[in-house]
Write a protein that binds this ligand. Structure first.
Ligand code: PLP
Length: 388
């Protein structure tokens, strides 16, 4: 599908993978095929396109690009990140079992426990920092290990190579949510994962104007089964959204360099600031899994969490930033700030939140690509006069 090779650099792949000039006009950008159906020249013969839930050339251009970025054979785009994850679960049967990291994106946990569990899929949640816990959770009917690394918002990592080994010993597949890291910083397929999932809403699109998702994988048979689920259930992205994500991925490498640089600078600034108790950022030597981080990631993104000690202190901080906007989501060029316990993780039970470290005093930052001096100045002034 992609016309680049895995040997080519990621910048070349970001710009060229899956892209070819439009055959009729030579348009260098893939046209937005805003159409629901395709005219067939005669009964029983079509041009490879019948109905847009099943095929759309703009979507295919995006899929080739994402496959090239992650280094996989197949890209499959969805209407959202959650729809992409759900499609994988829908290849399973009633009675099948899934082992999942416990500190995933809140919406993933909610879908697993409150929607898919009702349909007879069983889920066990584990701390995937500990391979022994993961191994012990496997049962004869376990079909899938779902991971997220780094996790949201605690920036916990799992050892991708060790996880793939455990799952494959049990004939189960490994799916890795790579939304936080992005293929610029981490490519799970290279460590043995079977499926990479993205909320393209975040860094891949990068401009906070689309909801989208995607899977990238190598196995042809599994890709067929997922395509079947998608066409049978319908969670496809529209052509305009596919085109916008594609416009975003072409600058992924440039944006991620800037996010990585600013993220590191903000993490250092917060770690040195007297108001902070702990800063969670895999790029800091103080991160308990820093060594693992440097072995499977090449950069650490703009996602930083900081523990300020109380809900009052967190509120003081996030209410006073001017450049950092108070909002959910992440991965856009503009900086965002939020309190996970009250915002993204409000649907997680308070005792589980506490167990994971998602306290009322934890603030999460999605550091954008503005000038770093302005960002640090903003954070500094917002931390002034913090209550005790
Ligand atoms: C946002 C997000 C999702 C869900 O994606 P949507 O596009 O909002 O459906 C899944 N995983 C992670 C890590 C996310 O940040």
């Amino acid at each position: 599908m992609s016309d680049t090779t895995p040997q080519q650099g990621i910048a070349t792949r970001a710009i060229h993978a899956g892209q070819a000039p439009d055959p009729t006009t030579g348009a260098i950008m893939p046209p937005i095929y805003q159409t629901s159906t395709y005219v067939q020249p005669e009964l029983g013969r079509h041009l490879g396109y019948e109905y847009a839930r099943v095929q759309n050339p703009t979507r295919e251009a995006l899929e080739g690009n994402l496959a090239g970025l992650e280094g996989g054979a197949h890209g499959i785009a969805f209407s959202s990140g959650l729809a992409a994850i759900e499609a994988v679960i829908k290849t399973l049967e009633t009675g099948d079992h899934v082992v999942s990291e416990e500190n995933t994106y809140g919406g993933t946990t909610r879908m697993f426990t409150r929607v898919l569990a009702r349909l007879g899929i069983d889920f066990t949640f584990v701390d995937s920092r500990d391979p022994r816990q993961v191994r012990e959770a496997f049962r004869p009917e376990t079909r899938l290990l779902h991971l997220e690394t780094p996790t949201n918002p605690m920036m916990r990592l799992c050892d991708l190579t060790a996880m793939a080994e455990i799952a494959h010993e049990h004939d189960a597949l490994v799916m890795v949510d790579n939304t936080f890291a992005t293929p610029y910083n981490q490519r799970p397929l290279e460590f043995g994962a079977d499926i990479v999932v993205h909320s393209t809403t975040k860094y891949l699109n990068g401009h906070s104007d689309v909801i989208g998702g995607a899977l990238v994988l190598d196995d042809d048979d599994l890709a067929d089964r997922i395509h079947f689920v998608r066409k049978s259930t319908g969670a496809v992205p529209g052509p305009m959204d596919a085109w916008l994500v594609l416009r975003g991925t072409k600058t992924l490498h440039v944006r991620m360099r800037a996010h990585n640089e600013n993220g590191m600078a903000v993490a250092r600034f917060l770690e040195e600031h007297p108001a902070s108790q702990t800063v969670h950022y895999p790029g800091l030597p103080s991160h308990p899994q820093h060594e693992l981080a440097t072995s499977q990631m090449s950069g650490f993104t703009g996602m930083v969490s900081v523990e300020l000690g109380s809900g009052e202190r967190a509120k003081h901080f996030v209410d006073r930033t001017r450049l950092f906007a108070l909002a959910e989501s992440l991965g856009g060029v503009e900086s965002l700030i939020g309190v996970p316990a009250i915002m993204t993780h409000a649907s997680v039970a308070p005792d589980r939140r506490d167990a994971m470290g998602v306290t009322d005093g934890l603030v999460r930052l999605s550091v954008g690509i503005e000038d770093i001096d302005d960002l640090l100045e903003d954070l500094g002034q917002a931390l002034e006069g913090l209550p005790d």
